[in-house]
Design a protein around this ligand. Structure first.
Ligand SMILES: [Cu+2]
Length: 176
């Protein structure tokens, strides 16, 4: 939350986001971009699933689309399989767009928060995140050029609880 504030201050001072745009934004839709729109940092003890995500120099995440149930705490094990630096940042499309503008102006800007992991080539890191609000969330690499090249994925947070997903296991057994 504090980092968001710092970022917002930076955006304001850069003139990326105008005060009037912010002011009008607060009137739209009643509950404006609340802090838990994308969820909250998760507790390791409550992890329900681990999802491995790979990042490559062709500016893609694998998988690109992830489905979770509301309330689930996911451990994302993120691997940089490329030769460039990559990162995975969870956010609303709007927040990612704004963050990317700052990153483009200051490519070497160090940024760190619980909703992201920045990785050097061949490194693996993790994010533990609890999804609390149904809807579509994005994750992206905000390194200059990468986001523009389509280095973005999405997490669909479904409203109902799914007990277990055995669909992929069933598919494997049925291929014979
Ligand atoms: Cu990247």
């Amino acid at each position: 939350m504090q980092i968001k504030f710092v970022l917002l201050t930076a955006l304001l001072s850069l003139g990326v986001v105008s005060h009037s745009a912010l002011a009008s934004g607060t009137h739209a839709g009643g509950h404006h971009d609340s802090d838990d729109a994308i969820g909250v940092p998760g507790e390791v003890a409550k992890v329900t699933r681990t999802i491995a995500v790979k990042m490559t120099d062709n500016m893609r995440f694998t998988p690109e689309r992830i489905s979770v149930s509301r309330g689930e705490t996911i451990r994302f094990t993120v691997t940089n399989a490329g030769k460039l630096k990559h990162e995975l940042v969870l956010g609303t499309k709007k927040a990612l767009d704004e963050h990317y503008e700052v990153m483009t102006k200051f490519p070497e800007m160090e940024h760190a928060d619980e909703n992201m992991v920045s990785l050097a080539p061949a490194q693996t890191g993790e994010i533990v995140w609890q999804f609390t609000t149904p809807g579509k969330i994005h994750f992206a690499c905000l390194h200059p050029g990468h986001y523009d090249a389509g280095m973005i994925g999405q997490v669909m947070v479904t409203a109902q609880k799914i007990a277990r997903q055995k669909a992929s296991a069933a598919r494997i057994t049925s291929t014979e």
